[in-house]
Design a protein around this ligand. Structure first.
Ligand code: HEC
Length: 107
């Protein structure tokens, strides 16, 4: 009997871990949608109205593709072209997460 209780506990733990991982993912996605998507587009293709009018490069542009993660973090922190600096507005962890999300569009 006590064996079964332990297994149920382990199963519950697994569900909780899966839930919190899923939450972290959607929080980053939400952050991107709220703060970045209007210029960079839903899939990083800069196909939104603001993205087009500011001539934001799509994530598939060679100039974007050659940037390292660190360079992108730098660009978001300190601003780049018409993009405002996000330092002080987002935490370092948020910037790293949201750049990681953006990089999933870089192919
Ligand atoms: C007001 C429009 C705007 C918003 C909002 C914006 N950006 Fe940008 N972003 C730009 C522009 C303009 C550049 C300059 C380079 C270019 O044309 O792509 C740029 C450059 C970048 C780059 C360097 C690679 C590239 O595409 O040139 C990254 C990475 C980036 N932005 C990520 C983000 C993230 C993450 C957010 C949300 C926290 C964000 N941006 C919000 C307009 C914007």
């Amino acid at each position: 009997m006590s064996h079964m209780v332990r297994n149920v506990g382990a199963a519950l733990m697994a569900v909780m871990i899966a839930r919190s991982a899923g939450f972290a993912q959607s929080a980053t996605e939400g952050l991107y949608k709220a703060k970045c998507q209007m210029c960079h587009g839903e899939k990083g293709m800069a196909d939104s109205g603001a993205g087009k009018s500011m001539k934001v490069k799509p994530a598939t542009d060679p100039d974007v593709k050659k940037m390292s993660e660190a360079q992108m973090i730098e660009a978001v922190k300190n601003g780049m072209g018409k993009m405002q600096p996000y330092q002080g507005k987002l935490t370092d962890a948020q910037i790293k997460d949201v750049v990681g999300y953006f990089r999933t569009f870089v192919k």
